[in-house]
Write a protein that binds this ligand. Structure first.
Ligand code: GYE
Length: 317
């Protein structure tokens, strides 16, 4: 082989997902610990990562923790035993990861956090976090609602999975922004676990316990799926979502745009689940020994229902 052909071959190998530091043609193997399949957002994220890995010639060991933090720890330990080249972790909750991440680091396996953060004393336990700014999303939802309702609202809040970074931060950002408006109050708040079924159940209970003299005028759901469940509960109670109650949520899934076109949902804050290209770029950079930014913030956009019909054909999830 001519010496000049070598760098080209190496480059090709890198582009196909091979570890550039290995002379063999063994493909890169990634362990992907997914939180669950609770929402349309999450299934879109799973697809984005699996499709992107496939197109880069990477092998993915996929483990769905089904919302169980214990299962997620087991998945990480099994990736460790299988000696994967890198781990993608979409953590269910923020806490409890320190010990297992120490084991993973001792085995020199890099960890890329996708979509949610963890709370660890030693931030060096993961290479980078690729996720939206959930506090900013909560703020954007509150600001939009305040503007829409002229600074006065009695709000029912459907929170995401207890202890997850999006639930904590979306609640915090919303509350911080709301504090600027004395007429805006969260009167009920409970977790609906990011699912449509729980969103419906919790909203049903809220409406049953509602004081008729002081009815809710708005719903803030930490994701679209819960908002779609709440909309069913509101309609079943003989009220009109989008009219009697203004509904705002987060994610920007296709179902939310369809509900906006029907006039049932008022606005959604987009949080893109299409993280595959970003996550796998990070993995490839790390394996090639190149530096990666500690944090990649996925940008947000607010879509009110007036824009939904024009935007619907552009939605990719
Ligand atoms: O908003 C929600 C999902 O972690 C950002 O998890 C993600 C959230 C998303 O179940 O729909």
């Amino acid at each position: 082989m001519r010496a000049s052909a070598l760098p080209v071959l190496l480059l090709l190998a890198t582009a196909c997902g091979e570890r550039p530091d290995r002379a063999t043609s063994k493909p890169v193997t990634i362990g992907f610990s997914q939180a669950g399949a609770e929402s349309a957002w999450r299934t879109a994220e799973t697809r984005s990562i699996l499709d992107e890995a496939k197109s880069r010639g990477m092998v993915v060991k996929f483990a769905d923790a089904q919302g169980d933090p214990e299962k997620q720890q087991q998945a990480l330990r099994s990736f460790l035993l299988q000696r994967v080249d890198a781990i993608l972790l979409a953590p269910i909750v923020e806490t409890g990861f320190e010990p297992v991440l120490r084991e993973v680091r001792a085995a020199k396996i890099p960890v890329v956090l996708v979509d949610r953060g963890v709370r660890v004393a030693d931030e060096g336990l993961y290479a980078t976090l690729i996720a939206a700014d959930f506090v900013a999303e909560g703020r954007a939802a509150a600001a939009w609602l305040a503007q829409r309702l002229g600074g006065n609202a009695r709000i029912a809040e459907l929170q995401g999975t207890t202890g997850s970074s999006p639930a904590l931060d979306r609640a915090r950002g919303f509350a911080e922004e709301l504090a600027k408006y004395p007429g805006m109050k969260v009167v009920k708040s409970q977790s609906g676990d990011f699912t449509r079924a729980r969103g419906k159940e919790v909203m049903e209970a809220f409406l049953k316990a509602e004081d008729p003299a002081q009815p809710f005028t708005a719903v803030y759901a930490h994701n679209d799926d819960m908002a779609l469940g709440a909309i069913q509960a509101i309609e079943a109670a003989g009220r009109k979502p989008g009219q009697d109650l203004v509904v705002v949520s987060i994610d920007g899934v296709r179902g939310a745009f369809e509900a906006m076109v029907r006039g049932q949902l008022d606005a959604t804050v987009e949080c893109s689940p299409l993280l595959g290209p970003l996550a796998l770029d990070a993995v490839q950079q790390i394996l090639a020994g190149r530096p990666v930014a500690r944090r990649h913030v996925v940008p947000l956009r607010v879509f009110p229902k007036e824009q939904a019909a024009a935007e619907l054909p552009n939605r990719r999830y």
